[in-house]
Ligand binder design. Structure first.
Ligand SMILES: Cc1cc2nc3c(=O)[nH]c(=O)nc-3n(C[C@H](O)[C@H](O)[C@H](O)COP(=O)(O)O)c2cc1C
Length: 290
């Protein structure tokens, strides 16, 4: 899958490679009303990664339903809409608006955005609020509801379990890790808000640790995300217990990265005599706990 916020709405990429070969496209986070996002600069390069503070710039749910969904309906690849309202109850309202809309295959609840003042990550840091957001969505749609966790907690297990009990179909781990970069000539943070979200290979071991912990604690599938660039990276996440993976930051340097990861995974499986990807899911976990 593509990771939210790194593949826009999918249309530009469809001109460059066969996006229908992918498992799914995940959209940019959508909010109840259009959002202009945060002041520039919104990104900064870091060793083996990047910081971003986009601030959920997007066109709002109405345009997604009216303009984008009819175009997605013509695609054979499923499109998962990432929802990022700032109030728990809006997850229910938005889920109801998207229920039954042709072109939308599932919802991913972004309870983990670090770049907004309200909602976002705060919901994902509190098991009760996370469960309430999940319940609100699940009760208002027949679409599968994936919940995307924040790594900005000590232990993701209570949140993951609360979301599973509230009816989540899958857990996605992880969103970006909070970080800061300083412009030493200006004596100011590079990103005006100071704190921003770190992504890319720098966070891969952290993402693997979250997948590892969550996969042993829940029965629903876990989608791994964070720093994946190659087929071998995907194999690591699968062995840590993920059933699928998302590719984000790698797409900025190489727009074909999600497809390259898929092809690399297939090559690795062929060269290691693995017929079915399920043979390696959880293979590295302590026995009996996959
Ligand atoms: C520029 C940018 C924008 C992002 N926007 C969103 C978003 O709207 N919703 C969301 O859930 N995650 C968003 N993310 C997080 C990614 O989907 C992903 O969880 C994270 O970047 C880690 O994966 P990666 O290292 O492969 O990029 C964004 C990441 C980046 C770099």
């Amino acid at each position: 899958m593509t990771a939210s916020g790194t593949f826009s709405w999918g249309f530009e990429f469809a001109e460059h490679f066969d996006i229908e070969a992918l498992g799914a496209i995940v959209t940019k986070g959508v909010t109840p009303r259009p959002r202009a996002g945060n002041p520039q600069p919104r990104t900064a390069e870091t060793p083996l990664g990047m910081l971003n503070s986009i601030g959920l710039q997007n066109v709002g749910i109405e345009r997604v339903i009216e303009e984008f969904a009819p175009r997605w309906a013509a695609w054979r690849v499923p499109v998962i809409v990432n929802l990022a309202p700032d109030r728990v109850e809006d997850f229910g309202t938005m889920a109801r608006m998207l229920d039954g809309v042709p072109g939308i295959a599932a919802l991913e609840l972004n309870i983990s955005c670090p770049n907004v003042d309200t909602g976002g990550m705060e919901i994902g840091q509190d098991p009760e609020a996370a469960a309430a957001a999940t319940r609100a969505a699940v009760r208002n749609t027949d679409l599968p509801v994936i919940v995307k966790l924040t790594p900005n907690v000590t232990d993701p297990v209570p949140v993951a379990k609360a979301c599973e009990e509230a009816g989540a179909a899958a857990i996605c781990a992880i969103n970006t890790v909070l970080g800061v970069a300083i412009d030493i000539e200006r004596r100011r943070p590079v990103i005006p808000r100071g704190r921003a979200g770190l992504s890319g290979p720098a966070i891969k071991p952290i993402a693997l640790r979250f997948v590892w912990d969550v996969a042993q604690a829940v029965r629903i599938p876990v989608i791994g995300c964070g720093g994946i660039r190659t087929g071998e990276d995907a194999v690591e996440f699968l062995m840590a217990g993920a059933s699928a993976v998302q590719v984000g930051t790698a797409t900025f340097a190489n727009p074909r990265a999600p497809l390259d990861v898929l092809e690399g995974l297939k090559r690795w499986m062929e060269s290691h005599g693995v017929q079915d990807v399920r043979e390696i899911i959880g293979a590295a976990l302590p026995k009996g706990e996959a």
